[in-house]
Ligand binder design. Structure first.
Ligand SMILES: [Zn+2]
Length: 78
């Protein structure tokens, strides 16, 4: 299978959001993308680099900002 970017509507989008939410309850964001990257690597058929680029372009420059933008993007869908 081809590697895909995890963006809004992708089946992994909610998986990433839920796992990131759980991780950030356990450990604080350290200003990096480490947790997001680790989750993306654990998911199948993900283009990790391109997904991180997508998130950074949408103001997700660290793990907590990514979680925030994931909720913001989802909220605007309803
Ligand atoms: Zn942060």
């Amino acid at each position: 299978m081809e590697k895909e970017i995890v963006s809004t509507g992708h089946p992994h989008w909610n998986v990433l959001r839920i796992q990131l939410d759980e991780e950030l309850r356990i450990q604080r964001c350290n200003g990096s993308l480490d947790i997001t990257e680790r989750i993306l690597i654990s998911l199948p058929n993900v283009d990790v680099g391109a997904t991180l680029d997508f998130l950074i372009e949408n103001e997700g420059r660290c793990d907590c900002e990514i979680l925030h933008l994931m909720y913001a993007i989802n909220d605007s869908c309803y």
